[in-house]
Design a protein around this ligand. Sequence first.
Ligand code: ACO
Length: 311
Amino acid sequence: ESPELEAEFTATVTADGRIEPRDWMPDAYRATLIRQIAQHAHSEIIGMQPEGNWISRAPSLRRKAILLAKVQDEAGHGLYLYAAAATLGADRTDLTEKLISGRQKYSSIFNYPTLTFADVGVIGWLVDGAAICNQVPLCRTSYGPYARAMIRVCKEESFHQRQGYELLMTMMRGSDNQRRMVQESVDRWWWPSLMMFGPPDDSSPNTERSMAWRIKRHTNDELRQKFVDMSVPQAEALGVTFPDPELRWNEERGQHDFGTPDFAELMRVVKGNGPCNAERIEHRRRAHEDGDWVREAAAAYAAKRAARAKG
Ligand code: ACO
């Protein structure tokens, strides 16, 4: 390692420049990016499951087509992100192995069950809304391939968020039962959505260094606050409430005060003990194993073509 290379890296990052795959970077910067991008990719792929659960039971052809498109988008996001991780030297098969053996994490939010069709709307509105809040600043993250992947991901996430909100608006114009379903779903997803932003800043081991490297552009608590402020007027327009008696506008701060999410619950879920962790990983493992023959066939075909090209 040379001090000149290190100085050049630091200068690029602090001038809001981009680090590209062939540039020198500290080992820990590379490791942090692989960790975050892999977790992000895994989240997109595991995130297909809770909603995939409703594809065959969507109430109309229109809702089914929208949901199918959305779940396919998530697969695409996972692929861009695995490709971004590959530019850092990570191997996709290895990342998948780490996911299904529980050695790498994915977002806590996807370990909660989807009990009603209203959950499809609430996931779009709140979960994808939280994802956008977190990911729009990542379009300016210091690592080029990650930043560029985020641009397209964010455009598609905005569509996901709108479809969720539109679905909920439709339900709110429906029967009392439908309105109750929406409120019940919001009550279940609100706190887990706030937990998506991670532990509070004073117990987030990675934030300080990731901020200095401009991998993260805002802290966990800053983004959580932004999400609350953004969601409150949307809830009012929709006609639902959030299950937080401490939630109120603070005139002095120009932001909302809100209660503390149950971070002990977040840690339990992250450690593998949420309501659906075992089921999600088991499903992913089965899908991976069922795909064995496809990978084998693709590799055999590629080898045959390569041999033919040579001969
Ligand atoms: N779910 C699972 N794990 C979490 C969560 C969460 N909601 N929040 C934090 N963690 C993990 C971190 O990954 C970290 O674990 P590790 O050090 O073993 O890797 C640990 O808890 C401590 O947290 P932080 O120090 O705050 O970690 P970090 O700086 O990485 O911040 C964050 C966490 C905000 C999630 C960040 O990694 C990030 O912005 N990631 C990109 C976005 C993303 O992954 N979104 C996925 C969900 S959205 C979607 O797919 C629709």
